[in-house]
Ligand binder design. Structure first.
Ligand SMILES: [Zn+2]
Length: 82
């Protein structure tokens, strides 16, 4: 049994990181390490009430990005079938 390599708080047996830190690593795999660090720094460097606004702002950006990718995919699909 060892301490989690990331948070050094939880104990792990067969892995290097605990389940919570695994989630963070998965986000890094999906969105890049730089993007995750940027969001964490941008959000946590604010007071708690302003953190909520920043979180909404960051989530909004991701949703808009996904929506535009989805729209583009549908647009291409629509034009291919005609
Ligand atoms: Zn951990």
């Amino acid at each position: 049994m060892w301490s989690c390599a990331m948070c050094e708080r939880e104990y792990v047996v067969f892995t290097k990181v605990c389940p919570d830190c695994r989630k963070i690593k998965n986000f890094m795999n999906c969105y890049s390490r730089e993007r995750v660090l940027e969001i964490v720094e941008n959000v946590l460097s604010r007071t708690e009430d302003k953190q909520d606004n920043k979180i909404k702002d960051e989530v909004k950006k991701v949703i808009e990005e996904k929506q535009s990718q989805y729209d583009l995919r549908n647009y291409k699909k629509k034009n291919q079938s005609v």
